[in-house]
Ligand binder design. Structure first.
Ligand SMILES: [Zn+2]
Length: 405
């Protein structure tokens, strides 16, 4: 097992390595990060409890599980972050300068967290032999049902399918610089778990149940080896009753501080809305839903760049058809369409005129869910790059950072 260096942290913070356990037989590696936001300690407790039980040797398992604390300085103070959101820093342009700067130099507290957590992830990965899975545990400020954040690749979908919790596809692709995105591009099979609210004691139980089922879905245990399997399943089903299994993001209401956007009160993630329904206000007046769907992540606390998202239910049959299209690698045909140009692996330039002929849905269907305005006009559109590969062993990108694309 790789030696993890435990730097002394701020008083009251959990250690960087919250807990770890190694099974009797080789198998997959599951890395858990908890408390990437410092006001979300429930994940730390959940990881301690699950790995604590595994570590006592009462349950057989394969491979290795390691839980790492996210933003320790913020966890010690019970705040989301001190200077910058640690879950928006995971891009090479941010990571590389921080890794090259000596620790202790004049820098934001989150720079030190980024450097340490990156080092801990590398140490964990260098000891991994089998495929690598990653789970990011969060709680939210608002009441609402638990949900999963799933980058749209077939291995990620299979991983998420082991948990009876609504999974949102295409949300991870919208959030720039998330740890999920970074590790996904390094070849991890990834899953974000969001449970509400922060201070609800039940949040710890729900995260524990999610973690046990993630262990089974990643193959460290079989479902029958999960202690209390029925209880975990029932707990998750009860918390997510009447909600669809899969929802895809169709629309992002991007905002900037100058917009003075305010969400209308009372919306919760998964609430159904009709086209034209008022969802908020900004300096130009009412903000309405552009189409029928479900509201996702309505912005009620603090600042952000996303006012809300709109999603649509994805029936299982459609998911299976999409999986078939992906296996046939039909995305290779997209650059043949007029106005679509290949920029690199998993990256396209889509000219505005292309969208007059080709519906955006076609791109979504084939996993191209991240749309960003291109400087020369049109859009740079990308998908997760381990789309069709089997989960591979982890490899640390070190100071180079992952290749984009
Ligand atoms: Zn969070």
């Amino acid at each position: 097992m790789a030696e993890q260096v435990q730097a002394p942290g701020p008083a009251g913070a959990p250690p960087r390595v919250i807990a770890e356990a190694e099974g009797a037989r080789p198998g997959p590696t599951l890395v858990v990060v908890a408390g990437l936001h410092g006001n979300e300690p429930a994940g730390v407790t959940a990881a301690e409890r699950v790995i604590g039980r595994l570590g006592r040797g009462l349950y057989p398992f394969r491979g290795r599980i390691v839980a790492l604390a996210g933003n320790r300085a913020a966890l010690a103070r019970g705040v989301r972050h001190l200077a910058t959101d640690l879950n928006r820093q995971w891009v090479p342009d941010r990571i590389i300068p921080v890794l090259h700067r000596p620790a202790g130099a004049d820098e934001d507290p989150e720079d030190a967290e980024l450097r340490e957590l990156h080092g801990a992830l590398c140490a964990t990965m260098s000891g991994g032999r089998g495929p690598c899975f990653f789970v990011d545990l969060h709680t939210s400020s608002a009441e609402g049902a638990p949900f999963l954040v799933v980058g749209d690749t077939l291995p990620n979908r299979r991983f998420a399918a082991g948990l009876p919790v609504p999974a949102i596809l295409g949300l991870e692709e919208q959030l720039d610089g998330s740890l999920l995105e970074y590790l996904s591009e390094l070849g991890f099979v990834t899953l974000g778990v969001e449970v509400g609210p922060h201070d609800d004691p039940q949040a710890v139980h729900v995260l524990e149940s999610a973690l046990w089922l993630a262990l089974a879905s990643a193959g460290l245990v079989t479902e029958l080896e999960v202690p209390g399997l029925v209880i975990h399943r029932r707990r998750l089903r009860r918390a997510t009753r009447k909600l669809p299994r899969w929802v895809e993001v169709r629309y992002r209401h991007a905002i900037s501080p100058g917009d003075r956007f305010e969400m209308a009160p009372g919306f919760r993630t998964f609430d159904e809305v009709r086209a034209g329904q008022v969802l908020g206000r900004d300096r130009n007046g009412e903000v309405v839903a552009p189409e029928d769907g479900r509201v996702l992540l309505p912005l009620y606390q603090g600042q952000g760049e996303d006012g809300f998202f709109l999603g649509r239910d994805l029936p299982e049959g459609r998911l299976r058809r999409v999986a078939l299209l992906r296996r046939l690698r039909l995305e290779r045909l997209l650059p043949l369409l007029p106005g679509v140009r290949r920029l690199g692996p998993g990256r396209l330039h889509v000219a505005p005129e292309a969208l007059e002929r080709v519906p955006v849905d076609w791109f979504h269907l084939l996993g191209y869910r991240k749309w960003r305005a291109a400087p020369e006009g049109g859009h740079v559109v990308s998908r997760r790059t381990h789309l069709l590969r089997a989960p591979r062993s982890c490899a640390c990108a070190g100071a180079r950072g992952p290749g984009k694309g």
